[in-house]
Design a protein. Structure first.
Length: 550
């Protein structure tokens, strides 16, 4: 008889839905099975007050449960809609859309967009865009038109590369990436008009965003299987999975926890390393694509019989993801004080005439990324030597030698740029002209700390002039690392005032870019700290905490 008594200790979601809860910790099985948010067993949620907010959440649960039930009836993992064995579909089946609770279009039996890729990485079967709901198509286009350009402000792909077609192709064939894009787009639309919508709609939007993110995480975990996907014999859509994890990095930066992005970045770096270590064997690429990537060959003209569009998309996607992950790893090393995890691949990936062009994606030239990586590695070695109590004179002489080598590499390009100030150097295009100045300042701070800043007077003056007069306003959003590092040595008065203005207003500060609101306070701490004798770069980055300068 005891088992028939309803528990009063169930999760808040089951209690709200008036359903039996198995009370599993930390999340109950009922909520997990239905793909709805389990609000756990702690204090009563603030919105659970019997009012309109609670009603909005209940309505959201009903739609999600309805959608989940339809999916279970119409789709079995590993089988097609006729029940025959087949490849797993990439997006949500039978026209229901891939996000929980999304209303399906009228064509309920339409085929899912782009089935799982074949071993060559090419989608099998034709696409049916009727399977993407009206709501999801709006979110998807918002991601492509608004959010992706916020992530990569200087990225303008060439016609030869097919524009951003590779991104749309990847979104429509990669479940976790699709869900990540919808979650971030949903969050963006919610906060953009947050003050204009009712409390009921706000709560419902939060629930939907959380459900989409949860679906993305579930798909990533299910598909990656502890990143073993890169070591299995069968080829997979590895680039899509890699892009999914990178999007989770951005999601956590833009809207999530302060340090959760680190976990996702570590996973992305690990996946990338495994892919390169196995010579792209399990990345689901066509043989011609792998040949172009492995031999560093530029894109050329292809015979239509060779499926040239697929080859172009695969190569462009790989090189974009390669540059992005190496850059994120490099930028993370600056404020963490450790050597870049991918430091050993810098000299090859960013070698002269490399087809992977970092400056076209984030604004920093290839050659300079190598020197920034060397500087980060130098800082890590200096910190290790200090911790181990190594002999100061011997190690400092070696570190100064490395400092001089890096400085000379950077200065040689700056000298060439100064000869023709009105004509940007090929090595330093206009949006990237500020990065060499940032690198010189970063190098000085690593080796000398905030001592002898007068030696940087000329470089700081030049950098401020470039920022104020030569960098287009919309491109400043891609200059976060330079703004912070140059800002560290900005002089009181007009220079610090300019940095304050830029780091507290659009385009750098926007509702979606939540993490950037922490940059100026960290910089203010550095300005105060540098007045203390002996203040080092290590002291400065401790003020940054888990901040990522993107």
């Amino acid at each position: 008889m005891k088992s028939l008594i309803r528990s009063r200790q169930g999760c808040w979601t089951c209690r709200l839905r008036k359903k039996k809860c198995d009370e599993r910790q930390p999340l109950c099985s009922t909520c997990e099975l239905l793909s709805i948010t389990c609000y756990g067993y702690g204090p009563r949620p603030e919105w659970m007050d019997g009012g309109p907010q609670e009603k909005a959440v209940v309505q959201g649960f009903k739609q999600i449960v309805k959608s989940t039930s339809r999916k279970k009836q119409g789709f079995i993992l590993g089988k097609d809609r006729d029940g025959r064995g087949g490849r797993e579909r990439d997006l949500a089946p039978r026209g229901q859309g891939s996000s929980p609770g999304a209303p399906g279009p009228s064509g309920a039996d339409s085929e899912t967009p782009n089935a799982e890729s074949s071993d060559s990485g090419t989608p099998a079967g034709s696409s049916s865009f009727s399977s993407v709901s009206a709501e999801e198509s709006t979110l998807l286009m918002n991601f492509l038109d608004e959010i992706f350009p916020l992530q990569y402000p200087v990225y303008k792909p060439e016609l030869l590369e097919g524009g951003r077609g590779w991104l749309l192709h990847l979104l429509l064939r990669t479940k976790p990436l699709y869900h990540a894009a919808l979650a971030l787009s949903s969050y963006h639309l919610m906060i953009s008009g947050f003050s204009m919508i009712s409390s009921e709609c706000r709560v419902f939007s939060v629930v939907r965003k959380e459900e989409r993110l949860a679906m993305c995480l579930q798909e990533v975990q299910r598909t990656i299987r502890d990143v073993q996907v890169f070591t299995k014999e069968r080829s997979h859509n590895a680039l899509g999975l890699l892009a999914s994890v990178v999007q989770l990095v951005f999601f956590e930066l833009f809207a999530g926890d302060r340090s959760a992005w680190m976990i996702h970045l570590d996973a992305a770096v690990d996946m990338f390393q495994k892919g390169r270590r196995n010579e792209l064997l399990h990345c689901g690429l066509a043989e011609k694509s792998k040949a172009l990537i492995q031999h560093g060959m530029p894109l050329g003209h292809f015979d239509p019989a060779d499926d040239g569009a697929t080859i172009v998309q695969e190569v462009v996607t790989f090189r974009f993801m390669e540059a992005t992950i190496i850059w994120l790893d490099l930028i993370a090393s600056i404020t963490s004080g450790i050597s870049p995890t991918l430091f050993e691949v810098h000299s090859y990936t960013f070698r002269p005439h490399s087809p992977t062009k970092l400056e076209k994606i984030v604004g920093c030239p290839n050659w300079l990324a190598i020197q920034i990586g060397r500087t980060a590695d130098l800082h890590a070695r200096m910190a290790d030597a200090q911790r181990l109590g190594m002999q100061v004179d011997c190690t400092r002489a070696r570190f100064l030698q490395d400092h001089d080598s890096i400085r000379d590499e950077i200065q040689s390009v700056l000298v060439e740029a100064r000869k023709s100030p009105s004509v940007p150097s090929i090595a330093v295009p206009v949006p990237a002209m500020v990065f060499p100045h940032m690198a010189v300042i970063y190098l000085h701070l690593v080796v000398h700390g905030f001592q002898e800043l007068d030696r940087l007077d000329g470089i700081v003056t030049e950098a401020m002039q470039i920022l104020q007069n030569q960098i287009p306003c919309n491109v400043l959003s891609a200059m976060i690392a330079p703004l912070f590092i140059i800002g560290c040595v900005a002089r009181q008065g007009g220079e610090q005032g300019y940095i304050r203005t830029v780091l507290s207003s659009a385009p750098v500060i926007q509702p979606l870019l939540k993490h950037r609101s922490r940059i100026l306070p960290a910089l203010e701490d550095v300005w105060i700290g540098r007045q203390t004798p002996g203040f080092t770069w290590g002291d400065a980055i401790r003020a940054c905490g888990d901040l990522l300068l993107i």
